[in-house]
Design a binder for this molecule. Structure first.
Ligand code: PMP
Length: 357
């Protein structure tokens, strides 16, 4: 009898259930469940894809240098410390695969992004959760949860799904307090939405054990194309490049990302619209008795009276074609995570919640 079984831990990973973009029987669907940019990418990115399409019979550039240089130029970084991946998800996966195996622990926050746990389990490691304080990353709790087996510590800053963030001093305190075998990963997927963001680049440059991850999926509107990047000390870049598939990114992905990051005026406009509408959405929902924490990202975490109410509102919105995100899997069953849409999108959410009440 064959004994075909996966590695331990694999069956603990739940199949992904987000990402739906249709509702049975509804034509005009508005998807606000994946924190996408409602305005899409810069028109320059679309043009760059059209321009690059003639070369798709060729394998892509494997060192991603033009993209790394474009990122480095905009952020004032060293291109040799940048690695590009299929979304920042892939960078998270590289880190787990390279640094955490059976017997190792991967630490994340209580309501941290789901991929940390999934990538840890896929690598055979043990995910460990540290409590937050009022839905905010708690550095003391993270440090207290570290053991001699902790290999990676992930925090999203701002965090998904809470939208909350901690400052540069707290990040440095966390980096300083970690055991020497642990890498701190600062996930800045929503960094582009924050004014004066301190993503920890100085920490990456000053220490051996701090990595930063970023994405083109959010502000740059390229979620469907899958491009992310990491900034890390050179020895960690070298390790990740050994497990990275040589052709992980296509020329279409790279060309679009380069054009997107260079179009600063599109980015500035999308960011400003998000900031304006995020406040409006939060205030309108609060006036309907639905509070949320101050979010710095492109979504808000709306809190309802109970899990049953959150579930009923979710179903009601869905019946009106509005898809938001239940976050019960994050331990927040009474909450809904709602992406900040455009003007019409935000109004549709508010009208939907109002008509439920
Ligand atoms: N980190 C966080 C905190 C996220 O919310 C997301 C997207 N949901 C990602 C990483 C991954 O994004 P991507 O793979 O599209 O770059």
């Amino acid at each position: 009898m064959a004994q075909i079984t996966p590695q331990p831990g694999i069956m603990e990973i739940a199949l992904y259930e987000g990402g739906q973009s249709h509702v049975e029987g509804v034509n005009d669907v508005l998807k606000l469940s994946s924190n996408e940019n409602p305005y899409g990418p810069s028109p320059d990115a679309k043009q760059a894809i059209a321009d690059a399409i003639g070369q798709i019979h060729r394998y892509p550039n494997t060192d991603h240098l033009p993209l790394r240089e474009a990122i480095a130029e905009v952020h004032g970084l060293d291109p040799d410390r940048i690695i590009c991946g299929v979304g920042s998800d892939e960078i998270i996966q590289f880190l787990c695969q390279a640094y955490a195996g059976p017997g190792d622990e991967v630490l994340h926050t209580e309501h941290g992004f789901a991929m940390y746990r999934i990538s840890a389990l896929a690598a055979g490691a043990t995910p460990v959760e540290a409590p937050e304080r009022e839905r905010v990353t708690d550095v003391d709790a993270l440090l207290a949860a570290c053991t001699e087996r902790t290999r990676l510590v992930f925090i999203a800053n701002p965090n998904n799904p809470t939208g909350t963030m901690i400052g540069g001093n707290e990040l440095a305190r966390l980096a300083d307090g970690l055991p020497e075998q642990a890498i701190l990963v600062l996930d800045g997927a929503y960094a582009e939405f924050v004014d004066g963001y301190d993503g920890g680049a100085a920490l990456v440059e000053a220490r051996e054990n701090v990595v930063m991850t970023r994405t083109f999926s959010k502000l740059y509107g390229l979620g469907g194309l899958r491009v992310g990047w990491g900034y890390a000390p050179k020895p960690i870049i070298d390790v990740m490049n050994r497990i990275r598939m040589p052709f992980n990114l296509s020329e279409l992905q790279m060309a679009a990302a380069i054009a997107a990051i260079r179009d600063r005026s599109w980015a500035v406009r999308c960011k400003a619209e998000n900031a304006r509408l995020r406040v409006w959405l939060a205030e309108e929902l609060a006036a309907l008795g639905v509070p949320s924490d101050t979010s710095l990202a492109n979504f808000i975490l709306a809190r309802f009276a109970s899990a049953a109410e959150a579930e009923a509102v979710d179903a009601h919105l869905k019946s009106r074609g509005v898809i938001v995100r239940r976050v019960a899997g994050y331990g927040l069953p009474h909450c809904l995570r709602i992406t900040v849409g455009d003007d019409a999108g935000c109004r549709r959410v508010v009208e939907g919640v109002r008509s439920f009440r």
